[in-house]
Design a protein around this ligand. Structure first.
Ligand code: CP
Ligand code: NVA
Length: 322
């Protein structure tokens, strides 16, 4: 592990490089653009080059959440205000969406009223549809398929800890879900080695794996999947897990819990990772299910720092696209 002092002073990427772009998946960005967003997140966190900058002055951002959220919503709301903008927070149930207005028409209308739309939805196709119809940039605040703003904060957390991302060995164990998928793209873009430990029934989406592996050819990153949780974790620099029952998947909760039981992150599993390994979780955690209290509250856990990094990642995303 490199000492913290070895972390390069992060520079904000050239202003305007990503202006007007949607942020729907890390797959849509080059490795240099992803590195720029990680560096920008770090710069916002340190206050350095960006201190006092208010790139959203006079701008409004709609935050539209069709599923619950604590971290993502608060991060984007606080980030918008900190950058000088105004956030309009909307819950799906209180919008005309709930009475049948289409996602596309919602995108068209919000484009007349605000400068960017941050949306958490169920199907990924929904936010693609909204983004296609909207004339302002759209940010994916989580879909059933992807959670890219989380992955940006995850990269920031690893970068701060280890001083670099390229060559790191990261294990993700549990459900091959949205968080796992965006971590696959993070590995591909940042050039780290991701080993996913998941049971057959809950492996990551094959199309995501194929796309991420294709992306990884440019960086030396890799994505492997194994059903052997011990093999996934062996020697890892970081061990990551997420809930076994994601929002919208409650119907199959019993089968998921049974299949994923051997993938719980406990002290015995963490002991197989490198001695300096950190524990990551996007949160909310279901203590006693995917992770034990001992690991969540133990010395390797960086989960609350990781949650705090959501704010800096949100600032980097909003400042880049606006
Ligand atoms: N990790 C994450 O996205 O948390 P929220 O659901 O609270 O936003
Ligand atoms: N995989 C989880 C992430 C929550 C932030 C879900 O989609 O519910």
């Amino acid at each position: 592990m490199r000492p913290a002092a070895a972390i390069a002073t992060a520079a904000v990427p050239e202003a305007g490089a990503l202006r007007g772009r949607d942020f729907l998946s890390l797959h849509d960005f080059t490795p240099a653009e992803v590195e720029g967003l990680v560096a920008s997140s770090l710069a916002w966190k340190r206050g350095g080059a960006a201190a006092g900058a208010r790139p959203l002055a006079g701008r409004s951002v709609a935050l539209l959440f069709l599923k619950p959220s604590t971290r993502t919503r608060v991060s984007f709301e606080v980030a918008t205000a900190a950058l000088g903008g105004h956030a309009v927070c909307l819950q799906g149930g209180e919008m005309q969406l709930a009475r049948g207005e289409t996602v596309a028409d919602t995108g068209r209308v919000l484009s007349q009223l605000v400068d960017a739309i941050v949306i958490r939805a169920f199907g990924h196709a929904e936010i693609e549809e909204l983004a296609a119809a909207a004339s302002v940039p759209v940010v994916n605040a989580l879909t059933d398929l992807l959670h890219p703003s989380q992955a940006l904060a995850d990269m920031l957390t690893l970068r701060e800890r280890f001083g670099h991302l390229g060559g790191l060995r990261v294990a993700y164990v549990g459900d091959g879900n949205n968080v796992c998928h965006s971590l696959c793209f993070a590995a591909a873009k940042a050039g780290f080695a991701l080993r996913v430990g998941a049971p057959e029934a809950f492996r990551p989406d094959p199309q995501v794996l194929e796309a991420a592996r294709a992306d990884a050819r440019a960086t030396g990153g890799s994505i492997e999947v194994t059903a052997d949780v011990r093999e996934a974790v062996a020697g890892a620099d970081a061990v990551y897990t997420d809930t076994w029952v994601s929002m919208g998947f409650e119907a199959g909760a019993g089968a998921r819990r049974r299949a994923l039981e051997p993938y719980r992150v406990d002290a015995a599993l963490m002991a197989l990772a490198a001695p300096h390994a950190v524990f990551l979780h996007d949160l909310p955690a279901h203590r006693g299910e995917e992770v034990t209290d001992e690991v969540m509250d133990g010395p390797a856990s960086v989960v609350f720092e990781q949650a705090g990094n959501r704010l800096h990642a949100a600032k980097a995303i909003l400042a880049a696209i606006l």
